[in-house]
Every structure is written in structure tokens, then in C-alpha cells.
Design a protein around this ligand. Sequence first.
Ligand SMILES: [Zn+2]
Length: 334
Amino acid sequence: MAVALAAVLPGHGQASDAVHTEEASAKKLASPASAAKPAGDKASGSIAKSVADQIRAAVDGGALNRKQQTLTIDNNSKNTVKPAEKPRHAEAEAAKKHASSPAPHDGDVHWSYEGENGPQAWGKLKGEFSICGTGKRQSPINIEESSTLQGPAEPLQFNYQSSGASVVNNGHTIQVDLSGENSLTVRNSTYKLLQFHFHTPSEERINHQSFAMVAHLVHKNAEGQLAVVAVLLDPGVANTLINKVWTHMPLDSNDRVRMPGGVIDMNELLPKDQRYYQFMGSLTTPPCTEGVLWLVLKQPSTLSPAQIKMFSQLFPNNARPVQPLNGRAVREAQ
Ligand SMILES: [Zn+2]
């Protein structure tokens, strides 16, 4: 498993850093130096920690298998609910040992979704983030249906199968790193699926409307080009795949939990109707690298309100605001 993971999680090359930027940030959060976080972050950190404690206690007690979960978010810095710390799941600990090398001490800046290090400041936080502020083809965008180009059919060919995976809480989202042979063929190129992760609310907007959540499926082809499939998520019937991911959800930043072999089948996340919008954009997190092919599926999949709640209690808002289109073409692939 460690070998397979190593294959999926590249080292420190440029392109792989771009793909795994959120993971890289998570590694840095692990560093003792990052114990001193900006003040604005401490409050949300302690809330997340409090929720994490509660969810962990619930998981340990098997409560996630029941329908009702009671979780309290304490908006004051004082924790009123503080369940006894229980030993972490042995599997999580084991996976963690294999997960990462020691965090580098390169004076990395911490970016966030609110406060002084929020999206409006990303471009100024660090030289390599500058495109976040100056880029002209940034994501996410609002898709105005009345101004899309009506293109001929070009179906997405998903070649997804049961795969091994591990789930990481990188401090910005819950991300699932995949080890199986999953790929997408589009525009005469085949892209391998590396990981998927979630945002709430959806970063993409359609006619200025956002959705409850979105899953981003990050693919890369042999030339190192990225293609991200966005699966919009609406409240409704619970999603089987998300249930498996949430069951193994790591609760603290930097925690990684290995999932049982073959448990992830990405077909369980895709909607039946796979028509989509296509445009060029960027990563939606620093360093906001451009040249990313975006494929936004028009039909949302569903997840249950309880599934939304579980994620949003850990990450109340991890969506970058929409960016200017700057004359880019958005193609509707019927
Ligand atoms: Zn994303």
C-alpha cells in the first residue's frame, strides 16, 4: 500500500505540487512551527477541533452507523463540550506513519478562506501565488447559460473501477487520494484520476446560483495537463460513495485514514446525465495555476442533508469566490 500511495502522491516536482497543493499545505501544518497560527485562524481552528472531538467520540462510539448524530458547534472560543480524548484509530495512525516525510521549514504562508489571508489576499501572500491575483483565466466562474457556445456532442469517457484509497484532512478540505486505474478520456487525451475533494458551497455557479456542495475530480494526462471534473451536489438521497468517505473522515488536519481495498467506485458519484460545460481555468486554491481544463457536469448528484452537515461542520465555507470570465468561451457539450 505504501508503494501504491507513493505512486499516487508525487514528490516535489512543479506539476505535482500544483495538483497536491492542498496536501502540501497540510504537511506544513504538521510542522511544529505552524503551532503559532494567525490569530484570525485560532477561533475557527478551535471550533473545528471541538467538532472534531465530538465526531471522533461519535465514531469511536459507533454513532455514525445510527441515523441521528448530535453535534454542537461552539462559536465561542471556550469549549463547552469536551469529550474525553480517546486513542486514535490504529489504522489512521498506521497510515499516517507511511503518509509523509517531515514538513519542510520554508517559511510557508498560511492561506485561508476568510480573514486577512482570505481569497482577496492570496496573490500577495507569496511570490508563487501571484497568479491568484493577476491571472486572467481563473476559476471558479459563474456559468451564464444564455451565453454558452452550443457545441456538438463530445461525451466524456469515464473509465472508473473499484480502487484503493486513503482520505486526508489537509486543513482546507477532505481529499481522497486514489491508487487504482481510473481515467477519463476527453479531447483525444487520457487523464488519470489522482484525487477528489469537496467544497461547500459549490465554487461553480450556474446562472449565479450555487449548489450545496461540489466534488472536484482531479485528473492529469501524460503531458502533465490537468482536467478537473466538477460534480455538483444537491440535498436529496444520501450518496453511497460519500458515506464511505465520511465513515473514514479524518477529523484533524494532517490525519490520513486508509480505506479498505477496492472500496471506492467513482461511478457511484457520477450523475446519469453526463452532459457538461467545458472551459479553461485554474486551480481554485493557491498557487491558482492556469491551463486547467474544467468539465462541469450539468446534472447534480445528491447527498443527504446529514452528509452535508457532517462536512460543513468541519469546513463551514471552503469555496473561492467566482472570478471574472475575461471573455473566455464556455462550451456546452450536449
Ligand atoms: Zn477543488
